[in-house]
Design a protein around this ligand. Sequence first.
Ligand code: PXL
Length: 276
Amino acid sequence: MKRAVTIQDISCFGKCSLTVALPIISAMGIETAVIPTAVLSTHTGGFSGYTFRDLTGDIPQIASHWEKLGLRFDAIYTGYLGSPAQVQIVSDFFDSFGREDNFIVVDPVMGDAGRLYAGFTDELVSGMRRLCAKADYVIPNMTEAAFLLDIPYEENTDEERARSMLRSLAELGCKRPVLTGVRRGSEHGAVAFDSVNNEFTSAFCQHVDRQMHGTGDIFASVFTGAVTLGKELGEALGLAVRFTSDCIMATLPHADEVWYGSCFELCLGELAEYLK
Ligand code: PXL
């Protein structure tokens, strides 16, 4: 059985980060260990007054116990990290648990729609840039890629601009960057660059003009699960685009009630079928 570890926060209410990654990767038949980086009452998108308990100090202790146990992971996948100090500690975790025969996915969760999430600073952006350099795969959205590359955010980025951004992302040091939020006519999708083989792949689906929280986490979780199961980059990309799009479609009838996140639960039972 394959084993992954995912390192991100728990937003107690609101569907994102660990409450998305854990069920999705588990549903793909992969043992999923977690390191919660913080506990928040809700995610930070669009609310004020949420609680935030920082668990940065626990991460090295968990890592050190796991080292004594000799634990190994086929995949290490990180998402939302709450501070530059946490980014550094996660980078140390990569040094301890990254191996020749496993891989690292960094989803540099930092913002959306051209803006950084609440509380995020330039220092976090530079830390995330360094973390991305250690990853085998990075999965920024358009906003995060613009911050990582220090270029203007453009909402409507086509495949050609996406390819040039992906080449620049690879220059940061990551072998296989994946860029989400790419537009192709009435479609929306993701483009990936395998800098080792100098190959691009892409996957698209119908664009839905609605912001939905947590879809980046759904995409990154399915993508990580698929690569953990040994799928090729193009297939993993296709699965992640398809499942994310199906979750968005399943959410639309409930869209007035579910501003805390998308209804991925309605599709979760089918996820194993996508892998056949
Ligand atoms: O979905 C990304 C995410 C994860 N965790 C927290 C967030 C967000 C996005 O806003 O606030 C706490």
